[in-house]
Ligand binder design. Structure first.
Ligand code: AMP
Ligand code: ZN
Length: 114
């Protein structure tokens, strides 16, 4: 996908702090962390948002969530708890149009009734 920041991160054309990678999924530290731990999980195949990925190939969602499961189990986030967020479109606050899931944790998170 031309000029997609996260596609460039996957290819290594833009540097990132990688925390997880498998055949289908790539994850790295968010450059502006909103919690003590803040990671972004993305599929290696470009799609624009969660509705786009659901329409085109929902199995990719299972691959992303499988990666989140493996990662959070191995680094204790599963034990302490974490939050998964995906912003969609303008009102959702999406700024990068390559589907991504924020994984937030490492501290007690506020908001969403907490
Ligand atoms: P969103 O606003 O939901 O589209 O999320 C995009 C996220 O990407 C934001 O939390 C940004 O801080 C993060 N971000 C933008 N550029 C980079 C980058 N080069 N490396 C890591 N994270 C980035
Ligand atoms: Zn992309």
């Amino acid at each position: 996908m031309i000029d997609c920041l996260f596609c460039k991160i996957i290819k290594g054309e833009v540097p990132s702090e990688k925390v997880y990678e498998d055949e289908h999924v790539f994850a790295f530290k968010d450059i502006y962390p909103m919690a003590k731990e803040h990671y972004l999980f993305i599929h290696k195949e470009h799609s624009e948002n969660v509705n786009d990925i659901s329409r085109n190939d929902p199995s990719q969602l299972a691959q992303i969530f499988g990666a989140i499961e493996a990662f959070t189990k191995s680094n204790k986030l599963e034990e302490s708890g974490f939050r998964v967020v995906s912003n969609i479109g303008e009102n959702g606050g999406q700024t990068v149009f390559h589907t991504h899931f924020h994984v937030l944790g490492g501290e007690k998170l506020k908001g969403f009734g907490a």
